[in-house]
Design a protein around this ligand. Structure first.
Ligand code: PGA
Length: 259
């Protein structure tokens, strides 16, 4: 298995942090720390909160910063009486390129199911954005030896009814729930092996060629100190970074890790 054809993607998930005013400062500092070469070898994505999307969009465009904009969530209907929700066409109009769907916090706190993730995936692709589909097992599932079955179920649920050419465009993020925000990351070897299993499920669904095109990130306590080891694994195509993406110095170090 080789990752040479897959372009690395490092995405920051700010979760519910930073007002739009704080967000501008962080983005400006981050862009000051990154060099042209960094963007040439890696897709750099920032997923701020909804209230910061428009502000960050204008900052990126005005200063010609090649960071791509991502959203943390979306609703699958295009418009209507859905108080509090935001649709895919609304995000697309803000030049949002990536949308995180099925994050474990959405699944656990807001009751998002595989079926909802599937509807969101379709809505995101309809408006020509790229879904970052999160999958991951709990500590109990891991200890019960159910990791592979859980991940396979989540992948099959998310991709139900999606054709191979559309699947090839998606990004998957493997985020073991026990590693998120805990400081306890999966070892690179473990993450690589599990991601290999996710790719095997994708190969069962779509064949080897398509599965080889799909980028799979690791997420869960990624830091400047562990990124190089994770990225050295051929199965791992990037990272979805929570806590460490809030600090521009740390996030810049993750993006320009020692290759
Ligand atoms: P973390 O979060 O890097 O803070 O562990 C990752 C995520 O939830 O995407």
């Amino acid at each position: 298995m080789t990752s040479t054809a897959r372009r690395p993607i490092i995405a920051g998930n700010w979760k519910m942090h930073y007002t739009h005013l704080e967000a501008i400062q962080v983005v400006q500092k981050l862009s000051y720390l990154l060099r042209k070469d960094d963007y040439e070898v890696t897709d750099v994505v920032l997923c701020p909160s909804l209230t910061s999307l428009r502000t960050i969009q204008t900052t990126l465009e005005a200063d010609k910063i090649p960071i791509e904009l991502g959203a943390q969530n979306v609703f699958w209907e295009e418009s209507g009486a859905f108080t509090g929700e935001v649709s895919a066409p609304m995000l697309a109009k803000l030049n949002v390129h990536y949308v995180i769907i099925g994050h474990s916090e959405r699944r656990q706190i807001f009751g998002e199911t595989d079926e909802m993730v599937n509807k969101k995936l379709k809505a995101v692709q309809k408006f020509l954005m790229t879904p970052i589909v999160c999958v991951g097992e709990t500590l109990e599932e891991r200890e019960a030896g159910e990791t592979a079955a859980r991940l396979s179920g989540q992948v099959r649920g998310a991709f139900a009814g999606i054709k191979a050419d559309a699947a090839a465009e998606c990004v998957v993020a493997y985020e073991p729930i026990w590693a998120i925000g805990t400081g306890r990351n999966a070892t690179a070897e473990d993450a690589g092996t599990t991601i290999g299993g996710i790719r095997a499920t994708l190969a069962e669904l779509y064949g080897e060629t398509t599965a080889e095109q799909i980028r799979i990130q690791y997420g869960g306590s990624v830091k400047p100190g562990n990124i190089a080891e994770l990225m050295a694994r051929p199965e791992i195509d990037g990272a979805l970074v929570g806590g460490a993406s809030l600090d521009p110095d740390d996030f810049a170090k993750i993006i320009c890790f020692e290759r």
